[in-house]
Design a protein around this ligand. Structure first.
Ligand SMILES: Nc1ccn([C@@H]2O[C@H](COP(=O)(O)O)[C@@H](O)[C@H]2O)c(=O)n1
Ligand SMILES: C[C@@]1(CO)OP(=O)(O)OP(=O)(O)OC[C@H]1O
Length: 160
């Protein structure tokens, strides 16, 4: 078995709106997200981790932020594309992924299992191979002040 590891990080600011997309799940919130796509920081961080594991650049290289075709795009499209990309590099797949969301609110915990199920299904891997966690910043910094939301992802790619 061959292994590669990658990490990813993404941040978006809160803006007008009534929900945030996290891990493909619509989470009700009194703010929305400012982004070119749907601004799903969980998926963006995961895509960057998958791309990084094979040194394939980053999400902005594959889906340029100025490209109108990605306006309001569902980020699951990006994940599907990245999963196909790594498979096409000789048969890599995600062995497991571990994601941490950083925000004071919304509460992520009640939605984490739905995110895990969606991401695992999209990647074609087991539920136990996808972890979604959350933490606050104890009211410090930009996430602590509620200005934005961040996510970090680590993933292991495996190939027989
Ligand atoms: N947006 C968030 C933030 C945190 N949680 C859950 O609360 C726990 C405690 O967070 P601390 O930052 O005080 O350590 C954390 O372990 C998560 O279970 C959450 O669901 N959503
Ligand atoms: C996802 C893309 C797609 O245009 O744009 P955004 O939704 O703004 O997200 P970001 O993580 O800032 O940049 C990456 C872009 O590829």
């Amino acid at each position: 078995m061959n292994f590669r590891i990658g990490q990813g990080y993404d941040v978006h600011t809160f803006g007008d709106g009534d929900h945030v997309m996290l891990g493909g799940v619509r989470v009700p919130h009194e703010r929305g997200i400012v982004a070119h796509s749907d601004g799903d920081v969980v998926i963006h961080a995961l895509c960057d981790a998958m791309l990084g594991a094979l040194a394939l650049g980053d999400i902005g290289r594959h889906f340029p932020p100025g490209d109108p075709q990605w306006k309001d795009a569902n980020s699951l499209l990006f994940l599907r594309h990245c999963n196909g990309l790594i498979a096409g590099q000789g048969g890599w797949r995600v062995g497991n992924a571990d994601i941490t969301v950083v925000c004071e609110r919304p509460k992520v915990g009640p939605h984490a299992d739905a995110m895990r199920a969606l991401l695992a299904a999209e990647l074609g891997i087991g539920l136990d191979a996808v972890s979604v966690k959350a933490t606050t910043s104890e009211r410090m910094g930009f996430t602590g002040r509620g200005e934005g939301i961040a996510a970090m992802a680590v993933c292991l790619l495996v190939k027989a």
